[in-house]
Design a protein around this ligand. Structure first.
Ligand code: COA
Length: 413
């Protein structure tokens, strides 16, 4: 079992709070963020005074467009009754992970000891226009050509099935890509905050309405509202707030061309590969050490890419690993379905992922870390992963179709 003793933690998480995800029409975005922030502060075991917080790092993508507001620090200063430095990071669907990455820098640099990190988005108020709005995170030529995000990922998924799928028209590969949905919806059943808490079968997925061939409705993450917050502190002060801090031992980010047509490959995400390589190197780990991973599954092909980009399995073999899990799951009653590759075993998206927990884009990266935090502290309730010696988790958050990727590794002492 890995231990934090040989690693120098970057930061520690001592509190976490979130709203439910879904259509939350009755609250403004700043109220959602405040609700999550207050829950995070109140969850700190030995108490946290508002005046302890020295700065806030928020992540959000679209609030100027979806809710016609700007100058988030001004809104949050009013809501939280604070006058401290506050910043907002925009990195599309990767905004939340980027906000935490920036907060870790503030702590690592010694500027702050206690900060609040929050991610939020309110998308359903613009449901008519939201698919166009999301294309701010695509290349303008992609938008002009009529692409949506589902369309962009459909190009990647079609290429993947063509290049790596089975000879039989990719039938098994398509089953595997549908099974990602079934697994993540199954994982969300015990998650009281999730947008969807029901099972789907592979047939349900493959017969759901076509969105952009080969992507069907049930391959997609939904349009969601929600907010999540974390109290992040320096490792030196962590014990003042709790006996069970969860340490951030790795925090890395990488970027790539915004446009899929200019990338080196359509069947993988270079930014994920680089960020994961660096974070594993920094922590002296391999994918064998990762026990749970909250992975960016905006479309099911993206979870498959992660298995390959991270080195959990070889290029082109992700769908086979998923298909084996599918076969072994049939008839099983297990709450979580791990991916297994030789001596590597990892539960991916124990909270349901973007697919079932929901995807309020700016909140997602923070929600992933929230889930890892709860799992490592054995506080995930009905949804707790049943694994002896659980102490290493990874979160993977990307923006757009892979223009940015941020990866964190979290550990219990
Ligand atoms: N997964 C599961 N169920 C979904 C769903 C999804 N992604 N999207 C909608 N539903 C459900 C709704 O809850 C609703 O159920 P109900 O009838 O029981 O209330 C039903 O399907 C119809 O919902 P509706 O909102 O009319 O669906 P829609 O056709 O407008 O939208 C998608 C479906 C797939 C097009 C939409 O979810 C989507 O665009 N997702 C992708 C978002 C995106 O691109 N995000 C950025 C990623 S990078």
């Amino acid at each position: 079992m890995k231990s934090t003793k040989k690693l120098k933690p970057i930061a520690a998480i001592v509190g976490a709070g979130r709203t439910k995800f879904g259509e939350l029409w009755y609250k403004n975005p700043e109220e959602l963020l405040t609700e999550a922030g207050i829950k995070a502060m109140e969850s700190v075991d030995y108490g946290l005074r508002r005046k302890d917080i020295q700065a806030c790092y928020f992540g959000s993508f679209l609030y100027q467009v979806t809710n016609k507001l700007a100058l988030l620090p001004g809104y949050m200063a009013r809501e939280l009754g604070m006058n401290i430095p506050m910043s907002n990071t925009e990195a599309a669907c990767g905004s939340g992970g980027s906000a935490l990455y920036n907060a870790c820098h503030g702590i690592r640099a010694g500027v702050y000891d206690v900060v609040l990190v929050g991610g939020f988005e309110k998308m359903t108020d613009r449901s008519e226009k939201i698919l166009d709005d999301l294309m701010f995170a695509g290349d303008s030529h992609e938008f002009d050509a009529g692409y949506t995000f589902a369309g962009l990922y459909a190009s990647m998924m079609a290429r993947y099935i063509h290049d790596y799928g089975d000879a039989d028209g990719g039938v098994k590969c398509r089953e595997a890509l549908a099974f990602v949905t079934c697994k993540n919806h199954h994982h969300a059943i015990g998650n009281k905050y999730a947008q969807f808490r029901r099972d789907f079968t592979v047939d349900d997925v493959l017969n759901s309405p076509l969105v952009a061939d080969p992507i069907r409705m049930l391959h997609c993450s939904p349009v969601s509202d929600g907010a999540v917050a974390l109290v992040v502190v320096s490792p030196e002060v962590a014990r003042k707030y709790t006996d069970t801090p969860i340490y951030v031992v790795g925090s890395q980010q990488a970027t790539d061309d915004v446009s899929i047509s200019s990338r080196e490959s359509l069947t993988g995400i270079k930014a994920t590969r680089l960020a994961t390589e660096q974070v594993l190197k920094r922590t002296n780990m391999t994918m064998r050490d990762i026990q749970i991973a909250e992975v960016h599954d905006c479309f099911t092909i993206e979870e498959t890419f992660f298995l390959e980009d991270s080195g959990f399995c070889k290029k082109g073999e992700g769908w086979k690993i998923i298909h084996d899990s599918y076969e072994s799951f049939k008839g099983s009653k297990s709450k979580h379905i791990p991916y297994v590759n030789g001596d590597k075993e990892m539960v991916v998206n124990p909270g349901g992922g973007l697919k079932a927990d929901g995807h309020p884009v700016g909140a997602t990266g923070v929600r992933q870390v929230y889930e890892c935090f709860k799992q490592l502290r054995t506080e995930a309730g009905e949804n707790q992963v049943d694994k002896e010696g659980l102490n290493v988790a990874l979160s993977h958050n990307i923006g757009g179709t892979g223009g940015i990727a941020t990866v964190h590794i979290l550990m219990k002492e």
